[in-house]
Ligand binder design. Structure first.
Ligand code: SAM
Length: 251
């Protein structure tokens, strides 16, 4: 049985699509998708030798070696254009994920890819920023808690009117009208436009936790006499205030 996190990712994969799971580790996700016949074929990409071997073994043990191709390499470099309909990347930081997407995009590896399912562990706003800048529409997002950790999962599709729909997505009509547009967009990227439109208890939990972390950082900065500490503290205080305002005005 798949973890709740991986199940959430699997649920976003369109039936019948060929997937490439990048940074696949034990290839749990592609093996599951092949086993339930949601995907006809899958590629598992791994940078590191240990996980690469583990992925190959997992595929062989499941009797899926003919449908699961395991390749060792950096990010999307393991893919040929047109090989995959869906790319999944999960369980790494948002900045590494965006670097992988950017390098793949530059090398044409995303040509023909119709959807992305992404689960950054941290730095979600960097991923939303990348999607927005590259004409991917963030169609859905979810947030869940498992074993005391909170995860966000994003589903993005490539559509011709992406820019128009993205503009609506980042309008934040429910945010305080006094906030400048730029601030609204920043907060929506940070906290998730879909997650904010349909706020779940776990979203509040995540941000209470994040605000506590920021408060602690501010307290530490208050005790420091480095020149830049006061400036940093002011920035964090402003961030705390903005996030609190958003949480108060959610639909
Ligand atoms: N995707 C799986 C999941 O969500 O359960 C595994 C996540 S694991 C924490 C991250 C994996 O990404 C590791 O196995 C690591 O070797 C791999 N990785 C890190 N950087 C990578 C890169 N540039 N290209 C491919 N794989 C990478």
């Amino acid at each position: 049985k798949l973890s709740k996190r991986l199940q959430g990712i699997a649920d976003y994969v369109s039936p019948g699509s060929k997937i490439a799971d990048i940074g696949s580790d034990h290839a749990m996700l592609p093996v599951y998708l092949l086993q339930i016949d949601k995907c006809p074929a899958a590629i598992a990409g791994e940078l590191n030798a240990g996980p690469y071997e583990a992925a190959k073994k997992q595929g062989a043990d499941a009797g899926l070696s003919n449908r699961l191709t395991v390749r060792q390499g950096d990010g999307l470099q393991v893919l040929q254009p047109g090989e995959a309909d869906t790319v999944t990347i999960a369980g790494m930081g948002g900045s590494l994920m965006s670097e992988i997407l950017e390098a793949g995009h530059a090398a044409g590896k995303l040509e023909g890819v119709k959807e992305l399912v992404l689960q950054p562990n941290v730095g979600e706003e960097i991923v939303r920023e990348w999607l927005l800048e590259h004409g991917w529409y963030l169609e859905a997002e979810s947030i869940l808690e498992e074993d005391g950790k909170i995860y966000e999962i994003m589903h993005a599709v490539r559509i011709s009117e992406a820019d128009i729909r993205n503009a609506n997505l980042y309008e934040g009509e429910f945010l305080p009208a006094v906030l400048p547009n730029e601030t609204k967009i920043k907060l929506l990227k940070k906290m998730g436009p879909h997650l904010l439109r349909n706020p779940k208890p776990v979203l509040y939990k995540k941000w209470r936790h994040e605000l506590n972390k920021l408060e602690r950082i501010c307290d530490q900065l208050a005790g420091s006499d480095l020149a830049e500490s006061a400036h940093k503290q002011a920035l964090f205080r402003a961030e705390i205030k903005a996030v609190e305002e958003v949480l108060q005005c959610l639909p």
